[in-house]
Each structure stands twice: as structure tokens, then as C-alpha cells.
Write a protein that binds this ligand. Structure first.
Ligand code: SF4
Length: 692
């Protein structure tokens, strides 16, 4: 590593790969994988390898803009603070909302959460992570008492069986998939993929279970019932550390495995593999989370690991992989509308009082705020009168996206902080605030296995763009609030680490208070570390010997009954619409579309349809297809493929009104959510299809 090279972290997915950045002094960068980072040991995927092509001034927002006119920071910040204060004075704190993002650094996220929950006095702050893994958060809390991810990346290399369920890991978390393939080669690890669609992850798998969309609870209930039938429950672990097992097993026995649509032979092969292999890791992601029964799906998986004591030990456990680079950091700072900072509970009076005392805050909400879908519904109904969107594009990505776009355009006052003005959401904003981008800002992120890494600034932000923490703190100060006088992200990190010590004193899992006195120099050179860092947990693992966070110290197994997706195919809308990512694009392409080689992978939006369905509709390869739901319409290029089952469709989620106005796919998705997590059912809407 040369003197001019700086360690940082890739800004894309939750793998959290370390990168080495070498600027050329003229605004360009060389990007390489960091051989010493514990997430990737030097590997990068196609997106990470192309990072250098995505920096630069193209499409950047460089100056604050109010009502279409460029202005200076003082004028813009005064206007934002004054309008939020006036709205709160006239309509109360719940008339305003923040919609933030798993792209934000933890320090930025912490400031946004502190401002809304501690000073504005509302819990109306939610994040696009609601669309990503909130069902996992809810499932973890139901089972463990806290949102604790028990697994680590080393488990993947020490497992004898890895089950990927609802996860196209090969495309969405490529470096983790590479690590699994390497272990497979050296160790012979078996791989099972559970997904209605045949994906790239199936290429290296021993078994692909193309279950019916939404039937995961039935599958894992069947597994639990079979574990019991074979007499292979870990009774010692259950008796010592688990409650609710008998009811959960009874419910599992009552559920019908035929719901999965899988053959008896495939089910038996899966059961034999899972039950017969002690070191099993079950990885789950958006296919589990993005469902109206997402929380139950998560708990169905956790039930099987708890029933066999396969948790908390090397090479085994349930493992949620997060979509965004800092989805985990957002959970840690309490960036969801139903959470408090540092894994404390908003609805626990003792936790609230402790955080309020620490912040010396004037007001704290005592109930959850509006979750993402409800927040934008409230926006459309005029109940939210001022909204601040930070690094997100909800006018494209939320379900019923046309209605969301209309709500943004119709709202009295919308502020957008972003690196670009060219998003469907920014087009509806009254105020645009230029934010520093990756490689221009500093702070920390937490990846899927609880490893906290630094992102570091190596490029000057263009124009007068500023980091998010600074923008938020300046607005807070202008609203008359104390406690926002930081001069660096290191100061915010120290405050946040100190607060986590309070969480630790309540016996919560998240405690990084070892870092509360970290000096600026040590923060600058901070190496990746996996929390918790407290002496008691140092080097240890969660849950090997119980230690769960419910009042009785036990984990809970849940009695679960499978539920169909909210909408079932019928004569009018006979197709099931599955949405998802492509290998070489990220979110709404504001960065990845700047790289020609990434854009060359799959350059235009498309719909995958089984040839039998295409023949029935008279569709030839590359024809245009119109998809229609009660919420919207899209026109897409046909790909005939047996990767999807008859009756199923797959459409990528990346294109926007800016890049392909006819392919805003979330315009078709119904605004149906999981009743516990509030996560939208993004993979199971029903649509009609016809030639265009
Ligand atoms: Fe970046 Fe994820 Fe690729 Fe790693 S796997 S380089 S974090 S996009």
C-alpha cells in the first residue's frame, strides 16, 4: 500500500468489502480490493471493481437549490429550518417526517435519528431499509428479544451445508458467494438454493427447490415437523434455552407441505441434507423479507435452528444478509420508525428516559412512527406536511410508486439531500441540498456480520456539497436545538459509542462503548471490528450458551401458520410478479449507470416469462410486453426463459422515470405490507400481461 493509498469500504451491498483507494490528484481514483479486510480479503465483484468509473462530476448536484433557484447554504438551511419549525408549531411534530437510507453512514444516520426522535419529538423517521430487511429485524426480536445477527462470515467457510433461501447471492452479494464457492472446493460444502426462480446462484448448487412464491413458512414448518418425527430435536438445548417449542412443533405438524408445490422426493432430499448435517447455515434475504408474511418466514427459519441448537457455534446458524452497505448501521442507530438508538426499545419507558437524559432532549415520542408505506400514504393524504428525503428515491422504489410520486409532488414542502438532482423524487422537491458522495465523506458502516468499517474521504466534494451529518446538524441548530455542535464524524462516533454503553447497562446486545474515548487519530486509523466489543463478549459468539434477550433469558420458537401472499393470480391478473436486482446495477442506477461496462451487462429493462406463457400470448423473443396491475402499467422487453415457472414473471427493479419511464416496475406493486414488520410484499403482486 503506497502512502497515497487509503483504506475504505465499498458503498454498495451489505457484504461490506474493504477497498484501497488511490487518488490521482485530479479527481480520479484507482480502486482495488483490500487484502486485509475480513469481509473480502482482496476480492471485489463487478460493481466494486468499477467504482473508479463512477466518481466524477457527471450529474452531480453541487449547490443548494430552493424552488428551482441556486442559492447559498445559509439561505437554504434557514429556509428548511424555518419551514420545519413553522409546520411543527402549526400542526404538531407528527406532521413532519424524514425518509432516510441504508446508504448513509452511521454517524449521519445517528444525527438524523437524534434530531427527529429526541428534538422534534416524533418517531416519523423511517428508512429504505424498511424495504430491505425489516422483517428480519422483527423476526430476530420475536425470537431473540433483540435484533441480533448471530452469524459471521467465517461460519460460511466452516459449514458443511449452506442453504440460500430467498437470496440470489451470486448476483446480490457476489463476494460472499465467491467465499462459499471457495469453501465448496476445499471442503466440499453442499449448497441448496430455495427460490421460485432459477438464478445464477443455482449454477453452483447441489439442489434447487423452486418452491411456490410465498410458501417458505410451509417449507420450514415441514422441516421442523420432520426433525421432530426423526427424533432429532436438541432437547437439552431447548430445555435450557428455548421457550415455545411444543406449540411451534404442533403448528408445524399441522401445516401442509404440499403448499410448497415441491415433490416428495425434493422435500426428502432437502430434509436429509439439512437434518443430516450439523454444520448448516441458512442464509436468507429479500425473498424472505419482502413478503406479507416476511416476519413469519424469518421465524420459521429461526425455529429450525433453535430446535436443533444449531446457532451460535462455528459453521452453523441462521444468517440474514442485508442489501445495503449500512442497513445494519441503520438498525444500530435506531433509524427505523419503531426503534430507539443502540437497540433500545422506543416503547420501553426506562429505555426512553435513559436516552432522553443522555441527549438532554426536550421531547421523546412514546410510540412508533409511520413506517415507509404508511408514511407516504400519510403524505398523499396531507397528514405529513413537510418531508426530508436523504439519499433515497422513494418515488421509484416504494410500492404503488406512481401514487408515491404524486404524493411527493403534492406535498407542501419536500427537501431532498442527494448527490444528484436527477431522480424521480428530487424532481418533486422544493429544496435540493447537495450531499457529499462516497469517497468524499467519512464515517463508519456495519456490514451483514456486524463488522464496523470506516469509509474515508479521499476526494474533495464538488461545488459546495457537504456531508449529511453537517447538513442535519446545521438545520437542527437553526431550529434552536442544542446538542448538535460536532465538528467531525469522530465526535459523533464517540457520542454514539457512549450511548451504546447505556444500552449495554440495560443488558442489550449492542455495546461499542469500548470506543467512547477514541481519539481522532485512532478513529482515523480504525481497523474493521465486529461488535460487541465489550470485554465479556470479546471474541465470543452470541447464543452458543443461550444468553437470549427476552426477560426469561430464553429464545422463543413461534407457532406459525402459512399464509398465502395477499394477492393470488386469477383470470384477470394471472401472473405473479417477482422483482429483484441485476448483477451489475445498484438501486436506481444513480452511480452504476455511469460505468459503461456495468451498463453493458443487461442494458435495458426486461421481463422474464416462461415460453409456454409467451406462446399462449403470441409473444416472440424481444417483443414488447405490457404489464398491468390495479396500480400502474409497465412496458418491457420480453425474455423467454425457463428460469421462471409458468405463471411467474421476473422484472429487474433498477429503471426509473429518468432512465426508462415505461419501466418503473414498483408502479405495479401493491402497497401491501407484513403486519408486524411493515415491509412491503415486493415479490408477489399479481399482474396481467399482453403484447404491446
Ligand atoms: Fe461491493 Fe458488495 Fe461487490 Fe463487495 S460484494 S465489492 S461490497 S458490491
Amino acid at each position: 500500500m503506497t502512502a497515497a493509498t487509503t483504506r475504505s469500504t465499498c458503498p454498495y451491498c451489505g457484504v461490506g468489502c474493504g477497498v484501497l483507494l488511490t487518488p490521482d490528484g485530479q479527481g480520479r481514483l484507482t480502486v482495488k480490493g483490500d487484502p486485509d479486510h475480513p469481509a473480502n480479503f482482496g476480492r471485489l465483484c463487478s460493481k466494486g471493481s468499477a467504482l473508479a468509473e463512477t466518481v466524477g462530476l457527471s450529474h452531480r448536484l453541487m449547490t443548494p437549490r430552493v424552488n428551482g433557484t441556486d442559492t447559498d447554504w445559509d439561505s437554504a438551511l434557514d429556509h428548511v429550518a424555518k419551514t420545519f419549525s413553522k409546520t411543527i408549531a402549526e400542526h404538531g411534530p407528527d406532521s413532519v417526517a424524514f425518509y432516510v437510507s441504508g446508504q448513509m453512514l452511521s454517524e449521519d444516520y445517528y444525527v438524523a435519528n437524534k434530531l427527529m426522535k429526541g428534538f422534534i419529538g416524533s418517531a416519523n423517521i423511517d428508512t429504505n431499509s424498511r424495504l430491505c430487511m425489516s422483517s428480519t429485524v422483527a423476526g430476530h426480536k420475536r425470537a431473540f428479544g433483540t435484533d441480533t445477527v448471530p452469524g459471521t462470515y467465517e461460519d460460511l467457510e466452516n459449514a458443511d451445508l449452506i442453504v440460500l433461501t430467498g437470496s440470489n447471492l451470486a448476483w446480490c452479494h457476489p463476494v460472499l458467494y465467491q467465499r462459499i464457492l471457495a469453501a465448496r472446493k476445499s471442503r466440499g460444502t453442499k449448497l441448496v438454493v430455495i427460490d421460485p426462480r432459477r438464478t445464477a446462484s443455482c449454477d453452483g448448487a447441489d439442489l434447487h427447490l423452486a418452491l411456490r412464491a410465498g410458501s417458505d413458512v410451509a417449507l420450514f414448518n415441514a422441516l421442523l415437523a420432520e426433525i421432530d418425527r426423526r427424533g432429532l430435536l436438541d432437547r437439552a438445548y431447548i430445555d435450557a434455552y428455548v421457550s415455545g417449542a411444543d406449540n411451534a412443533i404442533a403448528a408445524a405438524k399441522a401445516s401442509d407441505p404440499a403448499i410448497t408445490g415441491l415433490s416428495d422426493g425434493d422435500l426428502k432430499t432437502f430434509f436429509d441434507l439439512w437434518i443430516g448435517t450439523e454444520k448448516v447455515v441458512t442464509i436468507f434475504s429479500q425473498g424472505v423479507n419482502q413478503s406479507s408474511s416476511g416476519t413469519d418466514k424469518v421465524n420459521a427459519i429461526l425455529n429450525c435452528h433453535l430446535a436443533t441448537g444449531r446457532i451460535g457455534r462455528l459453521g452453523m446458524g441462521p444468517f440474514s444478509v442485508t442489501g445495503q452497505p449500512n442497513a445494519m448501521g441503520g438498525r444500530e442507530v435506531g433509524g427505523l420508525a419503531n426503534m430507539l438508538a443502540c437497540h433500545l426499545d422506543l416503547e420501553n419507558a426506562d429505555h426512553r428516559e435513559a436516552v432522553q437524559g443522555f441527549w438532554a432532549s426536550p421531547a421523546m415520542p412514546d410510540k412508533a412512527g409511520l413506517k415507509a408505506v404508511d408514511m407516504f400514504r400519510a403524505l398523499g393524504e396531507g397528514r405529513i406536511k413537510a418531508l426530508w428525503v436523504i439519499h433515497s428515491n422513494p418515488a421509484v422504489t416504494l410500492p404503488d410508486a406512481d401514487r408515491v410520486r404524486g404524493a411527493v409532488e403534492g406535498c407542501d414542502f419536500v427537501v431532498v439531500s442527494d448527490i444528484t438532482e436527477r431522480t424521480d423524487t428530487a424532481r418533486g422537491a422544493d429544496v435540493l441540498l447537495p450531499a457529499a458522495a462516497w469517497a468524499e465523506k467519512s464515517g463508519t458502516v456495519t456490514n451483514s456480520d456486524r463488522t464496523v468499517s470506516r469509509q474515508r474521504a479521499v476526494l474533495a466534494a464538488p461545488g459546495i456539497a457537504q456531508p449529511d451529518w453537517w447538513i442535519l446538524a446545521e438545520v437542527a441548530k437553526r431550529m434552536g436545538f442544542d446538542g448538535f455542535d460536532w465538528t467531525s464524524p469522530a465526535e459523533i462516533f464517540r457520542e454514539y459509542a457512549t450511548l451504546s454503553g447505556i444500552a449495554g447497562s440495560f443488558g442489550r446486545d449492542f455495546d461499542i462503548s469500548d470506543f467512547k474515548d477514541i481519539c481522532d487519530a485512532d478513529y482515523d486509523t480504525l481497523s474493521p471490528f465486529r461488535w460487541p466489543q465489550s470485554a465479556a463478549k470479546q471474541g465470543g459468539r452470541f447464543f452458543a450458551d443461550g444468553g437470549f434477550y427476552h426477560a426469561d433469558g430464553k429464545a422463543k420458537m413461534l407457532a406459525l401458520t402459512p399464509r398465502d401472499p395477499a394477492s393470488m393470480p386469477d383470470e384477470k391478473r394471472p401472473f405473479r410478479l417477482n422483482t429483484g436486482r441485476l448483477r451489475d446495477q445498484w438501486h436506481t442506477m444513480t452511480r452504476t449507470a455511469l460505468s459503461p461496462r456495468l451498463s453493458a451487462h443487461l442494458p435495458e429493462p426486461f421481463v422474464d416469462m416462461h415460453p409456454k406463457d409467451a406462446d399462449r400470448l403470441g409473444l416472440k423473443p424481444a417483443d414488447l410486453v405490457r404489464l398491468t396491475s390495479p396500480h400502474g402499467t409497465s412496458v418491457l422487453r420480453l425474455r423467454r426463459t425457463t428460469d421462471v415457472a409458468p405463471g411467474d414473471l421476473f422484472v429487474p427493479m433498477h429503471w426509473t422515470g429518468e432512465t426508462a419511464p415505461s419501466a418503473r416496475i414498483d408502479a405495479l406493486v401493491a402497497p401491501v405490507t407484513d403486519p408486524i414488520s411493515g415491509q412491503p410484499e415486493s415479490k408477489a403482486s399479481t399482474v396481467a400481461a399482453e403484447p404491446f
